[in-house]
Design a protein around this ligand. Structure first.
Ligand code: EPU
Length: 350
């Protein structure tokens, strides 16, 4: 098992932040994790699992042994009258997997097109966009405990999916708590794509595309193309302008809190949820505080979507994790002072 030293992490995080891994091992299968456990030099080293790096803020060099997940593989494992089950290696590029499923006649992931990152990160974050969340298309996943080497399979219930949340983001609170943060390396994910396929079209942006095309019955490929176009118009390409997608979660409030805010700010964008709570558009809150287009050092608020923080220095003079966090804290403070709402960051701060 080769462990590399002093590895630049700038190419491996979508913000383009400069940092190094003191030590990094490329994991191409379970055997690599086992080999590290059998190696006296690395057996007791604390470990950090790195996927596509599209949802992290690096605030310094990583002293832990970085396990960079590069597990490949993509196949249809089962076809029943009610679903296609597709399995992908955790190191596969998410968008390419979505494209492959749609092109090969296994539709269902098209609303999740163009989300940066890898397959292994998708369940951690329970990625979601345009009316579909990963949990809606999830069958099961395989993982390995990075401390014990034990392999295990989890169904959706054990993954405890929530809004941009799962068991993989939770540190165990006690002996009976199943939090897996810092413990699990996801190796393979299986998707359940229901048959017959039904398009998910409820979102305003998609409705607009439908109206423009006068297309009553779009195919999955058509929706895939629309989602790609919608995202390209709204969100910066991290290869051109470094970023980690939405920087904050959309907060939920009680109907009373929402009524209170509406009384002061009638234009606030809000959506009722099934459980009776109200979700507020964090992008709108940040925008209303005047942050759109502003910068702190090389950390900026994207001009077209205030929920996205960007690296204004590019590769030549890249933003630091400290600058990103300083900007994030300033935004949190002003949103709290104006609306009494605490915004919660979405990315993992390392
Ligand atoms: N808005 C503003 N000003 C802004 C940004 C947004 O007024 O600067 C308003 C918009 O006009 C709109 C509302 O806020 O009325 C919501 O904006 P948008 O439709 O762009 O969606 P979002 O809530 O900002 C969420 C997800 C995205 C996902 C989209 C589409 C979160 C944190 N973000 O964004 O996910 O692509 O919906 O489903 O839930 C991500 O997680 O990284 C991500 C990009």
């Amino acid at each position: 098992m080769i462990v590399e030293s002093n590895v630049p992490l700038q190419p491996y995080n979508s913000f383009g932040i400069v940092a190094r891994a003191h030590h990094l091992a490329r994991i191409t299968g379970e055997a690599d994790v086992q080999a590290l456990r059998d190696d006296a030099e690395w057996r007791d080293a604390s470990r950090f699992v790195l996927g596509g790096g599209s949802n992290i803020v690096l605030t310094g060099d990583v002293k832990q042994l970085v396990l960079k997940v590069e597990i490949k593989g993509l196949r249809l494992v089962e076809e029943t009258p009610r679903a296609w089950i597709v399995e992908a290696g955790a190191g596969e590029n998410w968008h390419e997997v979505v494209r492959w499923t749609v092109e090969n006649g296994f539709p269902g992931l098209e609303n999740l097109a163009l989300i940066p990152g890898t397959v292994g990160g998708a369940p951690v974050q329970n990625i979601g966009a345009y009316g579909v969340e990963l949990q809606d298309r999830f069958e099961s996943l395989d993982a390995i405990d990075i401390n014990t080497g034990r392999t295990f399979t989890l169904d959706a219930a054990r993954c405890a999916f929530g809004y941009r949340d799962s068991v993989f983001k939770h540190v165990p609170a006690g002996p009976n708590d199943f939090g897996l943060a810092g413990r699990a390396l996801i190796t393979r994910v299986r998707f359940r794509l229901p048959r017959p396929w039904k398009p998910v079209l409820g979102y305003v942006d998609l409705e607009k595309k439908m109206a423009e095309a006068a297309n009553i019955e779009p195919t999955a490929m058509q929706i895939f193309d629309w989602i790609v176009a919608i995202r390209r118009a709204k969100l910066p390409d991290w290869r051109v302008l470094g970023n980690a997608g939405s920087f904050f979660k959309n907060p939920t409030v009680t109907p009373e809190q929402c009524a209170d805010i509406i009384a002061r700010d009638p234009k606030i964008v809000h959506y009722p949820m099934d459980d009776g709570s109200i979700k507020l558009a964090a992008g709108w809150l940040i925008d209303a505080c005047g942050w759109k287009g502003k910068s702190v050092g090389n950390a900026g608020v994207y001009e077209r979507q205030a929920l996205v923080l960007v690296n204004r220095g590019g590769n030549a003079d890249p933003v630091t994790g400290g600058e990103v966090m300083t900007l994030a804290k300033a935004i949190q403070t002003s949103v709290y002072e104006r609306f009494g709402i605490r915004l919660e960051p979405e990315p993992v701060v390392v």
